[in-house]
Design a protein around this ligand. Structure first.
Ligand SMILES: Nc1ncnc2c1ncn2[C@@H]1O[C@H](COP(=O)(O)OP(=O)(O)OP(=O)(O)O)[C@@H](O)[C@H]1O
Ligand SMILES: Nc1nc2c(ncn2[C@@H]2O[C@H](COP(=O)(O)O)[C@@H](O)[C@H]2O)c(=O)[nH]1
Length: 217
């Protein structure tokens, strides 16, 4: 799990997690982060939920039937998994381990249950961000504007939102996504700062020793 920072100092790769009630903006912010952040790879989850219009298998999710999902979970192929809105969602283990080994950080768009499981497995390498909507009315409007779920599904997600919100205090950082560009700048600055954290920068001792050798010549 060693990455090299842009300053050439080795560091441990990190698992950057975004969670929120459905519709608060995780997918939007994740896409912006992936497009604009070198060294960051998206974890593509497996799910049993039906594909939405415009979604692509293998890009947005791996869409699988329930028996296949159960087999993946049973064979230890998932790093974490949970039931969300009556569907199963889980993180395939191999691509995450490959990315971290190759020195990349990994971005997760997962719920609080999955975040708890990742924390149990690798707490020091997990950085978690909870995204809040500015208001309940905004949340509902966003779900309708996205226009990808039926009214019944949207009602179900609004009904679950308060319970999802109740996990906010388990997260390292909290962002209110009012203006998407501002929220993006905030998420980006969290990632930048976390990449510089001393505890992750395993190459610092050697780097500083090298500086000292130069100074003492
Ligand atoms: N700051 C914002 N202002 C207005 N609309 C926004 C903002 N952020 C995101 N949206 C819009 O809200 C809708 C929901 O956003 P998004 O799909 O990113 O939410 P999500 O948290 O990933 O939801 P889910 O958990 O259901 O996948 C989208 O149509 C998106 O374009
Ligand atoms: N624990 C996990 N939660 C996941 C995963 N992939 C997505 N999710 C969460 O599910 C809901 C609903 O997503 P949607 O795409 O159907 O709107 C949302 O909160 C996601 O964060 C996962 O692999 N594990």
């Amino acid at each position: 799990m060693t990455a090299v920072g842009f300053d050439g100092v080795e560091r441990r790769g990190l698992m950057f997690v975004l969670s929120s009630p459905s519709g608060a903006g995780k997918t939007t912010l994740s896409r912006m982060l992936i497009e604009r952040t070198p060294g960051l790879k998206m974890s593509v989850s497996a799910t049993t939920r039906p594909m939405r219009p415009g979604e692509v298998d293998g890009r947005d999710y791996f869409f699988v039937a329930k028996p296949k999902f159960e087999a993946m979970a049973g064979q230890g192929e998932l790093l974490e998994w949970a039931t969300v809105f009556d569907n199963r969602y889980g993180t395939p283990r191999a691509p995450v381990e490959t990315a971290l080994t190759a020195g990349q950080d990994v971005l997760f768009d997962i719920d609080w249950q999955g975040t708890q499981q990742l924390r149990e497995k690798a707490s020091t390498d997990v950085v978690s961000v909870f995204i809040l909507p500015p208001s309940a009315a905004d949340l509902e409007k966003r779900l309708h504007t996205r226009a990808q779920d039926s009214d019944e599904v949207i009602r179900g997600r609004m009904d679950r939102a308060s319970h999802e919100l109740s996990h906010w205090a388990e997260y390292d950082y909290i962002i209110v996504n009012q203006n998407v560009d501002e929220a993006f700048a905030e998420v980006q600055s969290i990632l930048k700062a976390e990449r510089l954290k001393r505890v992750r920068r395993t190459g610092l001792t050697e780097f500083v020793r090298g500086l000292q050798r130069q100074l003492e010549k």
